[in-house]
Design a protein around this ligand. Structure first.
Ligand code: CUA
Length: 170
């Protein structure tokens, strides 16, 4: 059977595109490190998350050498801490955020970093990130949560190690 040269070319190009698309979808699903909310930290009390033994009161906690845990409550329409008081962590540290909600689904995105998670009542969202340099970041809610969703924002400040005072944000 004779197949025209152009026909062959199109066949090869189409096959290449199919493999490419399947490859990118597969990479996005399993290779890029995304996970389901709660896959690591499990369930918490949906109406009173701070009553769960694994959730500490909102604030910054030192848990090791250059390791910090930050507990945040996302609620209509602020982050506690974050909105009224910026979250403050020292540069050169590994920070694990634990974010909970007891009203509706919110988002917790730290702009300019790869921190971006849903916050679902009944689940603790846990994200670990390293901050090498001092800097200032905005925090936004990226799940529609009500009339003032667009104003739900906060701040995260990474301060030089020498200026860090844990008592300021606790
Ligand atoms: Cu909280 Cu949108």
């Amino acid at each position: 059977m004779h197949v025209h040269r152009f026909e062959k070319l199109w066949l090869v190009a189409a096959l290449f595109l199919i493999v490419l698309f399947i490859g990118t979808v597969t990479y996005g699903a399993v290779g890029a490190g995304f996970g389901m909310v709660g896959a690591e930290s499990g369930e918490v009390n949906p109406t009173d998350p701070f009553n769960s033994s694994e959730v500490r009161d909102p604030g910054v906690y030192k848990v090791g050498e250059d390791e910090y845990d930050v507990y945040v409550e996302a609620r209509r329409y602020r982050f506690v801490p974050g909105t009224e008081n910026p979250i403050e962590v020292p540069a050169g540290s590994t920070v694990t955020f634990h974010v909970v909600s007891q009203d509706v689904i919110h988002g917790f995105e730290v702009v300019g970093t790869n921190i971006n998670t849903m916050v679902i009542p009944g689940q603790m969202a846990t994200v670990t990130v390293e901050f090498d340099e001092p800097g200032a970041y905005g925090i936004v809610c990226n799940e529609y949560c009500g009339a003032a969703h667009h104003s739900m924002a906060g701040n995260l400040t990474v301060v030089p190690q020498s200026e860090f005072d844990i008592n300021r944000t606790e």
